[in-house]
Ligand binder design. Sequence first.
Ligand SMILES: [Zn+2]
Length: 437
Amino acid sequence: MTSLDIRKKFIDYYTALGHAEVENASLIPANDTTTLFMGSGMQPLVPYLMGQKHPLGTRLVNVQRCLRAEDLDEIGDGRHHSFFEMLGCWSLGDYFKVEQIPWTFSFFVDELGIDPAKLYVTVFAGEDGLPRDMESAEIWRQVFAKRGIQALATEDVYKVGEGNYRIFYYPKKKNWWERNNGKAPVGDPAGPDTEIFYFTGEEHDPRFGEKCHVNCDCQRFVEIGNDVFMQYKKTGDSSYVELEQKNVDCGWGFERIVRVVQNKKDNFATDLFLPIINQIQAYSTIRYGEMSKTDWVYRLCADHLRAAVFLTGDGVLPSNKLQGYVLRRILRRVIFQSKKLHVTDNFLASVAGVVVDAYSPSYPHLLTAKPRVLTALVDEETKFTNTLDKGLKEMAKLAQKTNGKFGQPELLVLYETYGVPMELAKEICTEKGWNVV
Ligand SMILES: [Zn+2]
């Protein structure tokens, strides 16, 4: 099944269940200066989750393009992305747990053909006077039972793999949703969530803890779904009352779902990234997958160039501030890191062309924007390539002078004179063993 098929199946499935499709909006939030980028599909829907009437009704569905630029350093490991797509569906005071959980399950199992025996779920254990979400656990038990799978629930999360345990209770830290990481203002909606995981069959990685569990960071279990049940209103620091309008907010990571359905070892092996990686390979003498030392660079370039195409497609140009600065940082990071792949020619435009071709069936605006996107990328590539070598030489000289210590004044000179963004300069310092003070 291609990623295009999966995207379409999701929309068709929820449309058939009476959901209206919400526009896949620009990465740059309209009328919202509190955040640089669209970070989730629910972001533009907050007023409606708070009770305002949505013009399209009480059942909504969409695929939303999103961007998170906070942890760019983690990109390259196979599962983190700057740009990503989110599958979302919402009930605005309409249906609740008893409908949503079986729908979620049936979408994964019947529509996408995922083996139900490989699915595990988590629910809220109860904490701070908030009750355990027994209702969701019971619905999950019944859903599995209908497929002949006995699913037992436990709060001992390390029992995964033992007996018939398949439903695991986790505390607030893992299975509770409210905005701003639990620091939402009084009056905001909040509630328990339930997450669906796919068992990859791989071994636990002890770097992430002595024992494995479903929500372990080792990724032996991949999270494919997260359904939030907004059933409370925040009335104080940790006090809540039942909401009159109860909502469902489901947000599922598209790349991970594609990875599971296409049975790949990581997101970058799916059809969402392979054409991009192949095009980068055309400019390198080092193959992807052959030298694990440089594979992360391939992944970083593929991730960042996909993000850059979507950003310029939404009207952002490289600059010194706000979204433009993030785009500049992303592009300059690609240009610097691509040296490790022995890329010598300008390659951004040709790779960006592949991104446009792969994504324009779902994002037709990219076709119209293509000439503008390619020009912006080539301009930035030419500008930075011309100064990067000088910047690196200057860094080496500075390091000698300061005994390997880089403070704010040095970082500022590097940016203003040589165009090396501060975050990139810090990254180079780490690689060379110099200190940022
Ligand atoms: Zn693990």
